[in-house]
Design a protein around this ligand. Structure first.
Ligand SMILES: Cc1cc2nc3c(=O)[nH]c(=O)nc-3n(C[C@H](O)[C@H](O)[C@H](O)COP(=O)(O)OP(=O)(O)OC[C@H]3O[C@@H](n4cnc5c(N)ncnc54)[C@H](O)[C@@H]3O)c2cc1C
Length: 467
């Protein structure tokens, strides 16, 4: 069997794995990325991402204290302090490092969280478009720096197992087609991008019906890193939350309707109901939270977003790729009716039940008693609007799953932890493989690209500092 020797070995060639390897090579280590994809521009979430580098919707160069506060607020205190502090205090350095590696940035809008968008910025198309755009170019820049520094990226190379000797991770076993290989090194960085495309794991942790979620990603994250880390005694965070958005149910079949438009703002201003005409979640918590609530329904394909003309003309036009008018233009279903009863018939919902839900909501909103609804409705994150101006609208919805937020627990250096919080020597993880920073009951989102980039850097720097 062929055995290759490196200092640092990244499993996965997204931003987490490539940042770790490129930074390690910059610090004088011999580094390699092992990537399962075989194409020159192999698919991964990093390559197709929108390229918005933010920390919980804040400019990553914001003062660390403010970034930490933003993560703590959005996760309602769920995020582990060590990880919050690590990303908050290194985010600014990380985006500047990526720029120095050759990635370009543009300020996409005047909204602060879009100050650092990988350029060229994605055009406002609803379908998946990525080739030659910012995220793809940034990855290519990292790969070319890795090669310049003597590192290697092995395509068509699937890591199948960790090699652990005397309690230390000393390498991986991998396959290139039928050929079995060993890569040995002082450090392995698990950076395989989450478990969203593993139906079995998704069924255990995210939803009773994994096939009823729309994979709003490129299906490369199948939980290999999670499985391998668990097998060597790693501690895992809670696994129940994922990052995603509310999509038109037609996205299940129609590729023009994902990854955009998101129906998040419509649901967060109006109502999300099930087939019995009942609300299922606090819509005021926003789109990522609502999407998780849809996934947890017995029938995730049974919910609809209900709103009125004022919401359609207001929040419906607010997003970068707004549902008004991209939903209809791309073949999405939108029912329209002069009354809630008529809308209910079109949505195949019991009319009396939907009328009662809308009436109760409008009354509670007018009386300032939204907290008394069941489930309660909050009003601090998203402004609730009345549903009373005809015509009324109903959009059949589904949950778009982008990546899983839970995973392998790490410390501030990216070292994989055991349940007693000691590190497994030689084993690191970064990016969507990891948990503890995002998710929790509030399903707080910290920013997938920044999480991947920053913890990739921190892992490499720890390996270099401890050589
Ligand atoms: C449509 C879309 C838009 C997004 N937009 C944004 C955005 O604007 N801003 C933002 O912050 N986040 C965004 N994200 C999320 C972001 O892309 C991810 O959180 C981030 O890229 C994760 O990086 P990663 O390196 O951890 O994983 P990935 O990019 O998923 O890379 C993991 C790699 O590991 C490889 N791999 C898997 N298993 C193995 C194995 N056994 N052996 C070897 N290789 C393996 C995979 O092939 C893949 O190449 C978006 C995601 C999507 C899908």
């Amino acid at each position: 069997m062929t055995v290759q020797q490196y200092d640092l070995i990244s499993m996965g060639g997204g931003y987490a794995g490539l940042a770790a390897a490129s930074r390690a090579a910059q610090l004088g280590l011999k580094a390699a990325v092992l990537e399962r994809g075989s194409d020159a521009l192999y698919a991964c979430n990093s390559r197709v991402a929108g390229g918005v580098m933010h920390i919980s919707y804040n400019d990553p160069t914001t003062a660390p204290g403010a970034l930490a506060q933003a993560i703590n607020e959005i996760t309602a205190g769920y995020a582990e302090t060590a990880l919050v502090d690590a990303i908050a205090s290194n985010a600014s350095r990380a985006v500047h490092w990526l720029r120095d590696e050759g990635a370009s940035f543009e300020q996409a809008t005047t909204a602060g969280w879009r100050n650092w968008v990988l350029a060229p910025v994605r055009p406002p198309a609803t379908h998946l478009e990525w080739k030659g755009l910012g995220s793809d170019r940034g990855l290519r820049a990292l790969e070319s720096k890795l090669h310049e520094r003597g590192g290697a990226l092995y395509r068509n190379t699937q890591v199948v197992d960790l090699i652990v000797e005397n309690g230390c991770c000393v390498g991986v076993r991998a396959k290139q087609g039928e050929q079995e290989l060993e890569f040995r090194g002082r450090a392995v960085v698990l950076a395989d991008g989450g478990f969203q495309a593993n139906e079995c794991l998704a069924g255990q942790h995210l939803t009773p019906s994994p096939q009823s979620l729309k994979q709003r990603n490129v299906r490369t994250g199948v939980g290999d890193g999670l499985r391998m880390a668990q097998a060597v005694g790693a501690s895992l965070s809670t696994l129940e939350a994922f990052y995603g958005h509310v999509l038109s149910r037609d996205a299940m079949q129609n590729d023009r309707l994902w990854p955009y438009p998101q129906l998040d703002e419509l649901a967060a201003a109006g109502l999300l109901v099930n087939q019995r005409g009942q609300r299922i979640a606090d819509e005021g918590m926003g789109g990522v939270y609502i999407t998780n609530a849809i996934a947890r329904q017995a029938d995730p394909l049974g919910t609809s977003v209900v709103f009125d003309e004022a919401i359609w003309q207001g929040p419906g036009r607010a997003a970068g790729i707004p549902p008004n008018a991209t939903l209809l233009a791309n073949g999405g279903t939108l029912f329209k009716a002069d009354s809630i009863a008529e809308l209910a018939v079109k949505l195949k919902i019991d009319a009396a039940a939907l009328e009662s839900t809308v009436r109760d909501y409008n009354t509670a909103l007018a009386d300032g008693k939204l907290g008394g609804l069941q489930p309660p409705r909050s009003a601090t994150r998203r402004k609730p609007l009345p549903v009373r101006t005809a015509p009324f609208y109903g959009a059949p919805a589904c949950a778009g799953l982008t990546y899983t937020m839970g995973g392998v627990r790490i410390n501030a250096h990216g070292q994989v932890l055991r349940p007693d919080n000691t590190a497994i020597p030689g084993l690191y993880a970064a990016g969507a493989t990891t948990g503890g920073l995002e998710g929790g009951p509030a399903v707080g989102y910290a920013g997938g690209l920044m999480k991947a980039l920053t913890f990739g850097l921190l892992a490499a720097e720890h390996v270099a500092a401890n050589r």
